[in-house]
Design a protein around this ligand. Structure first.
Ligand code: MG
Length: 429
């Protein structure tokens, strides 16, 4: 056969549909919400997408600790009717149409809903292909996922002890806090000059914080050296010029990163931070809209993107964000947090282990009970996160056990706890 005849035969060959490959067409039969408060004070919301193939389903995290009931209603009343009967193999199309179907988009609740769908669809695709999700994303580029540990204490001595314990466990990256978020910047309850009739609780003060935290790191470095890669989370507690000054003062301690030194409303100040120090910046725990990142990444004003996978809409947008970061030299540091769930952690794991723009992953650990509730929960050993290599995300949910631990309503609607200043004004978290 001549070469041109071979080519003609190749182009004339039909594109194989799933059916032609021996896989029958799939449809979405059911979209279930599974919510639970299993263990601790979790308020977890999962999406389970059940397909027309017997036994084939996927699980996704739609976690939103502060507004779980809004997410549940949005899935049951709006997402589920939209998905029933559709083809779960078309992840990108379902993400795009799921994103646009609400007309107004990129809010936290809508993105949590999309995330639940998106992760469940990747889980289904992986199970159908007989591959872990990371193989569908291009395959492993590292052997395991390094995590940063959380260390802290209420005194500099306690902080050092905590860091040394973490190093002994094998962590190379360690986040260091002095007590709670904003710790080091609080004027104790009843102290300080306060308004008549005002509140008496502990009060945050920016200048106290900026004076207190750099000497803490000076002490930590003097005790543990410059081997461990240290991080610190300001949790948006500083205003512009104090943030610039803080990053400059932290430069001698060679931080792996400072996290969210500014609130999302004050991103323009990152230009000044860049001009005055080389302290690395991790940004965006509160971001839900990917456009918030574009100027920061494009202008190389930050070093790490810090959003939570389930807050920006799942694996599909998080993978795209990492791919935007790659050529511009910015890295990922996907967020976890004590209230987050193992399904989201695994979604981050599959991107982390398969993406060259990976920087670090925040650790999260769960009580033993959670391994029974969510079999396949990833494990952290010696500072590294390990999945189980099973097809899909590699996790399942014990629905009977989840039903025994129903979602518990929290006092005052489960709001984020806010700090206040001496005069009683609220501090941005
Ligand atoms: Mg944070």
């Amino acid at each position: 056969m001549l070469r041109r005849d071979l080519l003609r035969a190749f182009w004339a060959a039909p594109i194989l549909s799933p059916a032609a490959k021996g896989l029958p067409p799939l449809t979405i039969k059911e979209v279930k919400v599974i919510s639970t408060s299993g263990g601790r004070n979790y308020r977890w919301v999962f999406v389970k997408i059940i397909t027309s193939e017997p036994g084939l389903y996927g699980i996704g995290s739609a976690g939103n600790h502060f507004q779980p009931y809004a997410v549940i209603a949005a899935i049951e009343k709006h997402l589920a009717p939209f998905l029933i009967g559709k083809n779960p193999e078309q992840i990108e199309d379902l993400w795009q149409s799921g994103h646009l179907r609400t007309y107004w988009r990129n809010g936290p609740v809508n993105n949590n809903v999309l995330s639940g769908m998106d992760m469940a669809l990747w889980d289904i695709k992986g199970k159908r292909a007989g591959m872990p999700v990371y193989d569908l994303l291009g395959g492993k580029v590292r052997d395991a996922v390094p995590c940063y540990d959380h260390c802290g204490g209420n005194s500099k001595e306690a902080v050092v002890e905590s860091v040394q314990k973490s190093m002994a466990k094998g962590f190379r990256h360690i986040r260091v806090q002095l007590g709670a978020y904003g710790g080091g910047g609080f004027i104790p309850a009843g102290q300080g000059s306060r308004p008549e009739g005002g509140r008496g609780g502990s009060a945050f003060d920016e200048e106290v914080y900026v004076e207190t935290i750099p000497p803490l790191f000076d002490y930590v470095r003097s005790k543990v050296g410059f081997g461990p890669k240290l991080c610190h989370d300001v949790h948006s507690h500083l205003s512009g010029i104090n943030a610039v000054d803080f990053c400059r003062r932290m430069q001698p301690f060679q931080m792996f990163f400072i996290e969210d030194v500014l609130a999302p409303e004050q991103l323009a100040w990152y230009k000044q931070i860049r001009q005055t120090s080389t302290t690395a910046q991790a940004v965006g725990e509160l971001f839900t809209h990917p456009f918030e990142y574009l100027p920061l990444i494009n202008e190389r004003l930050i070093d790490f993107v810090r959003c939570r996978v389930s807050s920006i809409g799942g694996i599909t947008p998080a993978k795209k964000l990492a791919t935007i970061c790659e050529p511009l030299g910015v890295r990922t540091a996907f967020q976890e947090g004590g209230e987050n769930d193992p399904v989201n952690q695994l979604a981050a794991y599959h991107i982390d282990i398969s993406h060259p723009a990976f920087g670090i992953q925040e650790e999260n650990n769960f009580p033993e009970f959670v391994r029974e509730l969510l079999p396949g929960t990833a494990e952290i050993r010696g500072g590294y996160l390990y999945g189980n290599g099973k097809p899909g995300l590699g996790i399942d949910i014990n629905e009977a056990l989840a039903a025994k631990h129903p979602l518990q309503a929290a006092p005052l609607g489960g709001h984020y706890p806010l700090d206040r200043t001496l005069d009683g004004a609220v501090v941005r978290p």
